[in-house]
Design a protein around this ligand. Structure first.
Ligand code: FES
Ligand SMILES: [Fe+2]
Length: 286
């Protein structure tokens, strides 16, 4: 299938062009319950493509990036020599839009123009226009259907990330304005052990209690990079992998072991009251 798509695209690319011939294929629109900051942050975040959108992108190698956008070599999923692309995304905040161009490779010449219109403090509308040069008329409906289905999926995935990140930022703001808890009884030792891994809230943050080498320890469920969720990570090997950009953390040392400069935030200390057989979380000022 990937090869068939590649052949169709190759024929399109080598077809002689007369004039500009950049045809408008379709428009995808959607209202999203997030603000423009989250949307722009997402647009220039090249790093999430092969992780959050792993069923669409298998790899990305960035060449340049900044507040203006990014330029990168990318591969679709599954990775093959037929689906490599040189992509460029340029964000223009003054015009509320970003343009993604395929500069080379599969889909060369394609331009995707996205406008984001604020509708309220936490509501925007995105309007995405797809242009493909030299596309034969009989393929227009097929491409339109594929782009609409693909963008519905990509925005489902992006919305999950943007909404969760905003909720985490709101919790951090709330924590700044309320007096911190210093201790919290999590429950009876026997009952908690039967419920591991056990998730709990402490000072407006979410943590998880796990057992490592016969010792109960807590770890944060917020990634230090962009507050991604760590709850689905497998703790058996003591390694947490964030689903948003793939950063990996050693549970014991809290260090990032995938090369980025960040570290898990300290979690509450865990003590056992042996008289009451209760597990207690204590504020950690390290
Ligand atoms: S939020 Fe980016 S790796 Fe976790
Ligand atoms: Fe995305």
């Amino acid at each position: 299938m990937a090869f068939a798509n590649y052949l169709v695209d190759l024929i399109r690319r080598i077809t002689p062009s007369f004039g500009s011939q950049l045809s408008h294929i379709t428009t995808y629109t959607r209202e999203l319950p997030i603000n423009l900051d989250r949307m722009y942050e997402n647009a220039i975040d090249w790093e999430h493509l092969p992780f959050l959108h792993s069923s669409t992108f298998s790899e990305i190698d960035v060449l340049e990036s900044g507040d203006w956008g990014w330029k990168a070599n990318a591969f679709l999923t599954p990775k093959s020599t037929f689906n490599s692309m040189l992509l460029e995304l340029r964000l223009d905040r003054n015009k509320n839009r970003w343009i993604t161009k395929t500069l080379a490779g599969f889909g060369k010449g394609t331009e995707i123009w996205t406008h984001a219109i604020p509708l309220g403090p936490n509501k925007i509308k995105v309007i995405v226009d797809f242009y493909v040069p030299k596309l034969p008329a009989f393929l227009k409906a097929k491409y339109a259907g594929q782009y609409n289905a693909l963008y519905a999926q990509l925005y489902d995935e992006d919305l999950w990330m943007m909404a969760r990140r905003q909720a985490q930022l709101n919790k951090l703001d709330k924590a700044k304005t309320t007096a911190p808890e210093t201790t919290k009884v999590l429950g009876k030792l026997g009952e908690l052990k039967a419920q591991l891994p056990f998730t709990f809230e402490f000072n407006h943050q979410t943590y998880r209690l796990v057992e490592l080498a016969d010792t109960l320890v807590a770890h944060t469920l917020s990634c230090p990079h962009m507050l991604g969720p760590l709850q689905d990570a497998d703790v058996q090997g003591g390694i947490l992998v964030c689903p948003w950009h793939g950063y990996q953390f050693d549970l014991k040392t809290r260090k990032c072991i995938s090369g980025q400069r960040c570290k898990l935030a300290p979690a509450p200390l865990i003590r056992i009251d042996t008289d009451k057989m209760e597990v207690i979380a204590l504020i950690n000022n390290r």
